[in-house]
Design a protein around this ligand. Structure first.
Ligand code: PLP
Length: 455
């Protein structure tokens, strides 16, 4: 039905270039066209129903087709469809959303800058950090510390912070000064017999040794996702984040918490930094901020960072940075309504309440012959596939088995995402106990089929 000439399917093959897609393979197999969504479900052009087990791209907290968000967008469109915030201009939606974010985030994080995407937000963070150190008369303090397997975006600067091979290879990245430290994933990177505490201590030592080797006067910021998302859902080892915070304090390094996936209840606490007991200097949020109904990201900075930047703009005459769409009124109106729904329906509480059921459901697959490790927190999880669990060996060649399992999931009516050897789960925050049971049974069938296929 889809493959007839002039169909949407044929047109997509003829004209679209898809992100994160093997374009030649796409020409052969074509797109899965999603036509509508309702709650935790989406439907394709053939009418097949799926549970959206990744909430789109880790983002649709309130579920699909939430009428209040549609109304908020329509109302704002009718009232003031666009205005900017350059040069002292302002409008109510961005004022109110900034106020709300200052209220929701930890004490002292009071100033908000809006961008259109997480990548732009992290580019902005890099520029803010550089501007900050120039303002303080430390032009050499510009380097970033990030981690292998981190995901911070794909623009030239944010893509440099990302620590995944596919985002660097043949894009000539990294293009800014950044050092990637060991990924804090105990199961994969701990040495034989190393305890979790010893693993944490080794990673903290590596960070400190790197700072000392490169010179603390050159290291501007450490950036990390409290729980690493797009690199494969890696939860940090015990004590890691407080240890990183202490190092940042010791060497006057700014700590950036990339909460683009973690934020707004995903990890069973309002923000990932709160879950793991540290206070950053800068937070980056997006995705669940608007449930991705509109593109929007927000950077929230503490008073120390704001004060230095603000003084410097007074000296230079301006902060020479901003996007046409920064704080777009429709996006901000949708964001505000979305956060209201999250609060009124206690969706962060729902994530915390369902955490045990979701995580225990996933951990039942830990003994599956295809599975190396199951991990996660709150309503985010990863099932890492392994050829040899005991030796922590991945399948060769990489990137074959997890996408196949994800294909089987789709056939079973569950959309998930393969991130390297891990099948990632991140359902909408409105998910129910029954939805979780259904996710687990569909995933279980797909894993069984994957095991047969891999033999
Ligand atoms: N930071 C994190 C932690 C992310 O997961 C992502 C996207 O997945 C980004 C930044 C980049 O956001 P965007 O895709 O909106 O540019």
């Amino acid at each position: 039905m889809n493959k007839i000439p002039n169909s949407l399917h044929a047109s997509d093959i003829a004209h679209s270039m898809h992100p994160y897609t093997n374009m030649r393979l796409h020409e052969e197999q074509g797109p899965m066209i999603i036509t509508r969504g309702e709650g935790v479900h989406v439907y394709d052009s053939e009418g097949k129903e799926y549970i959206e087990g990744l909430a789109g791209l880790w983002s649709v907290a309130v579920g699909f087709s939430q009428p209040r968000l549609v109304e908020a967008a329509a109302k704002q469109m009718a009232e003031l469809p666009y205005y900017h915030s350059f040069a002292h201009k302002a409008h109510e939606p961005s004022i109110r959303l900034a106020e709300k974010l200052a209220e929701m985030t930890p004490e002292g994080m009071d100033r908000v800058f809006f961008t259109n995407s997480g990548s732009e937000a992290n580019d902005t963070v890099i520029k803010m950090v550089w501007f900050y150190n120039n303002a303080l008369g430390r032009p050499e303090k510009k380097k970033f510390l990030a981690r292998n397997k981190a995901y911070h975006g794909i623009t030239i600067a944010s893509g440099s912070l990302t620590g995944l091979p596919a985002n660097h290879k043949d894009f000539d990245l990294p293009a800014i000064p950044v050092t990637h430290l060991t990924c804090p994933h105990y199961w994969k990177w701990a040495e034989e017999g190393e305890t979790e505490a010893a693993f944490t201590a080794r990673l903290l030592k590596e960070a400190e040794d790197t700072i000392l080797a490169e010179g603390p006067e050159t290291i501007a910021a450490f950036i990390g996702e409290p729980v690493m998302g797009a690199g494969g859902v890696m939860t940090p080892p015990e004590g890691y984040w407080p240890g990183i915070r202490a190092l940042c304090d010791k060497y006057d390094i700014l700590l950036v918490s990339d909460e683009v996936i973690n934020g707004f209840g995903r990890c069973g606490a309002p923000f990932g930094c709160q879950k793991y007991g540290f206070t950053p200097d800068i937070m980056v949020t997006s995705k669940q901020l608007t449930s991705s109904y509109m593109p929007l990201a927000a950077i929230i900075v503490n008073d120390k960072v704001y004060g230095t930047i603000a003084d410097h703009t007074a000296k230079l005459g301006t902060f020479g940075h901003g996007f046409t769409g920064s704080g777009h009124p429709v996006a901000c109106a949708v964001g505000l309504e979305n956060l209201k729904i999250i609060e009124e329906q206690d969706l962060m509480g729902n994530a915390a309440r369902l955490e045990a059921k979701f995580q225990e459901g996933l951990r039942k697959f830990a003994d599956h012959p295809l599975v190396g490790e199951v991990r996660g927190v709150g309503l985010i999880g990863g099932v890492e596939l392994a050829k040899d669990k005991a030796k922590r060996l991945s399948f060769e060649p990489a990137g074959k088995v997890a996408p196949q399992v994800v294909k089987f999931c789709a056939e079973e009516g569950l959309i998930l995402r393969a991130v390297y050897e891990t099948v990632a789960l991140c359902p909408p925050l409105i998910v129910t106990e029954e939805d979780i049971d259904e996710i687990m049974s569909r995933l279980g069938r797909a894993l069984d089929r994957g095991w047969e296929w891999a033999q």
